[in-house]
Design a protein around this ligand. Structure first.
Ligand code: FAD
Length: 626
């Protein structure tokens, strides 16, 4: 046997799969088309965001590389959702694209048990429905116990710019993977076709930046990684502008030339990353669409034009770019494009992400019908851990939905399948208060420790950090603060003053009170990040308990019957996607509703609440009538 595990592909799924397979102790080979594109961001140079940022921290806590690479490449950091409760705060980093790639490569090269090889896999060796090797275009054969396929958008990939240009490619500049997709089809895997798109890039030197709104990052330091305090590269701002009626007219005029609208692309695209053509067609009355100009790095003036993904011909792209305020003289460096590619519907997988038809073959990332770097990384982590576990004869890893977004993601994929590229949101989870970015280490550490995924030093750091948080919680539970010290802070926050000593833990539960401010008046000068973690635990203690019991109720309501002819579009507590899908399907029971792709467990929870409300209303009406 050459290797315990072979990982195909060096994107965001493949790098985590390789990192964690090696960390689990499996002799691992990362086989990828081009070693220089390991960790390449195909689209937006940013990591994290709503729910995704939490997932990055989960992967980091398991010993993955995405969090550290993001910290090393971060040129702007923002904590999203800060205006909402800290339970939904979402870290997001703008990254230097080439620094990120280099950081991923460096981090992987420090892993023992991990070899690299540049080649294209064109087939798998199978006997008795079990994979035992891969073959490559260069004629090599690698024998292995398990294979993780993470080929991204490369499987029969085809990129489109307008109707005239349709080029076989995995993404711009990279060839597609043709043979492996067909080999897996022949082996019994069913494939589908999805599409996605990317916006043009521009030369920042040709933008009138002074006319645009500047968006700086947060000044508070934040690191995705629980284990490393990487120095930050020079920070860069983003800029905001918007489209107007002229751009809408240009798009309308050229709509027939769009690959998306001219009929050149058949697959379905991600609803949440619509192209500018989509936005203009679906929202014809919107006066403007926001456009973010995001720096591609510290050593380049190239910018990513977030919000203008397109499949129109390059000359039309330049025309509409120049209609935007501040971009009148802009030079386009790379045209946007759409890509269509094969994916394997993920109902064909077990919860470990092993295929049901071929033992030893695991799939992760875009090939499972997802979209996004973080979604790919989370699946890569699970697939890599399980491939290594199966090769070494060790335990399977399936994360429950209330333990990790990684668990929500894998569970959604294998049980519900996808009918459009799947993206993670907090609303996908019914336990979103339990699954926070700040407590990812606490949630993941027991598993990371049991499987031996962390170095001795990382383990020491993890244990110390969790211990510090517990010490703070104990201190708050045991320490009272008197009116003299507490009241100035309370009054400043418009919180009721106290008249006798009160436990810190009790004061910290008040929504307007900050535990860290209370601790500061007790002369704790430099509070660690763990104080924020403790503060959130205290503030949300009641909600967390309620979330657990509502989850129990949800489980009991599997047999819950739904009224026929219900107008789901009117149920605004459900996501828009769920309302549309339920309206079309008109399920008879909650169980059936739960099996409809796009209806999340939190939608189900809200549906129960709505139906109970309707039942109460109709009982009241019939009583009044009597
Ligand atoms: P990738 O990052 O695509 O990596 C695949 C890797 O596999 C590559 O290294 C490739 O070289 C290698 N490979 C493929 N086949 C073989 C083979 N046979 N042998 C050896 N190596 C192989 N995501 C969003 O969240 N929002 C967006 O708006 C968005 N837009 C996108 C637009 C475009 C044009 C593209 C291409 C992608 C876009 N994405 C977007 C998706 C995002 O890039 C992916 O979700 C993410 O990169 C998936 O990670 P992955 O590891 O599954 O695959």
């Amino acid at each position: 046997m050459d290797y315990d595990v072979v990982v195909i592909g060096g994107g965001h799924a493949g790098t985590e799969a390789a990192a964690l397979s090696a960390r689990r102790g499996a002799r691992t080979l990362l086989l990828t088309q081009n070693l220089d594109t390991i960790g390449q961001m195909s689209c937006n140079p940013a990591i994290g965001g709503i729910a995704k940022g939490t997932l990055v921290r989960e992967v980091d806590a398991l010993g993955g590389v995405m969090g550290r690479a993001t910290d090393r490449a971060c040129i702007q950091f923002r904590m999203l959702n800060r205006s909402k409760g800290p339970a939904v705060w979402s870290p997001r980093a703008q990254c230097d694209r080439s620094l990120y790639r280099r950081a991923v490569r460096q981090l992987l090269e420090t892993r023992p048990n991990l070899d690299f090889r540049q080649d294209t896999v064109d087939g798998v060796l199978v006997s008795d429905y079990r994979v035992h090797g891969v073959t490559t275009r260069a004629g090599a054969i690698y024998h292995t116990r398990a294979v993780v396929l993470t080929a991204g958008t490369f499987l029969n990939g085809r990129i489109h710019q307008g109707l005239a240009v349709a080029t076989p490619a995995g993404r711009a500049g990279d060839p597609p993977a043709l043979e492996i997709a067909d080999a897996l089809r022949r082996a019994g895997l069913r494939a589908g076709r999805f599409k996605t798109g990317t916006p043009p890039r521009i030369d920042g030197r040709t933008v009138d930046l002074y006319r645009l709104r500047i968006q700086e990052g947060d000044s508070d330091p934040f690191w995705f990684s629980f284990f490393e305090r990487a120095p930050r590269p020079a920070q860069r701002p983003c800029y905001l502008t918007s489209t107007d009626a002229v751009l809408s007219q240009i798009i309308q005029h050229h709509l027939g030339e769009s690959a998306l609208y001219g009929g050149a692309i058949s697959g379905r695209g991600p609803r949440y990353c619509p192209s500018i053509e989509d936005k203009i067609v679906k929202f014809p009355h919107a006066e403007r669409h926001q456009v973010f100009l995001e720096p591609e790095g510290t050593d380049t003036s190239e910018m990513y034009v977030n919000g203008l993904s397109t499949s129109l011909p390059p000359n039309v792209q330049l025309e509409f770019l120049r209609s935007i305020a501040g971009l009148e003289q802009v030079k386009m460096t790379r045209a946007g494009y759409a890509i269509e590619y094969d994916y394997f519907p993920p109902e064909q997988l077990k919860p470990t992400l092993e295929t049901k038809v071929l033992a030893g073959l695991y799939l992760a990332g875009q090939v499972n019908g997802t979209t996004g770097y973080e979604e790919a990384a989370g699946q890569g982590a699970i697939a890599g851990l399980n491939a290594a576990g199966s090769a070494l004869g060790e335990e399977e890893v399936v994360l429950p939905r209330d333990q990790a977004y990684i668990g929500v993601l894998a569970d959604d994929l294998v049980n519900r399948g996808v009918d459009e590229p799947y993206r993670l949101f907090t609303s996908r989870s019914e336990y979103r208060l339990l699954l926070r970015q700040d407590n990812a280490l606490r949630r993941m550490y027991p598993l990371a420790r049991r499987l031996g995924l962390l170095s001795t030093e990382e383990q020491r750091i993890a244990e110390r950090r969790l211990e510090v948080e517990e010490e703070i919680l104990r201190y708050c539970a045991d320490t009272s603060i008197g009116p003299q010290l507490a009241n100035p802070v309370l009054i400043a926050k418009e919180s009721a003053p106290i008249h006798h000593s009160v436990l810190l833990a009790d004061l910290a539960r008040r929504p307007e009170v900050s535990l860290t401010e209370m601790l500061s008046v007790l002369e704790f000068a430099h509070l660690p990040e763990e104080a924020d973690w403790a503060s959130i635990e205290l503030k949300y203690a009641g909600y967390l308990a309620r979330e657990r019991s509502s989850a129990d109720r949800l489980r009991q309501s599997e047999e819950f019957l739904l009224p026929q002819g219900l107008d789901y579009l009117d149920l605004h507590s459900l996501s828009f996607e769920a309302r549309q899908k339920l309206q079309a399907a008109q399920p008879t029971s909650l169980g059936q509703a739960g099996r409809i792709p796009g209806v999340s467990p939190s939608d189900l929870h809200n549906l129960v609440v709505e139906v109970l409300k309707l039942r109460r209303q109709s009982r009241n009406v019939s009583r009044e009538t009597v």
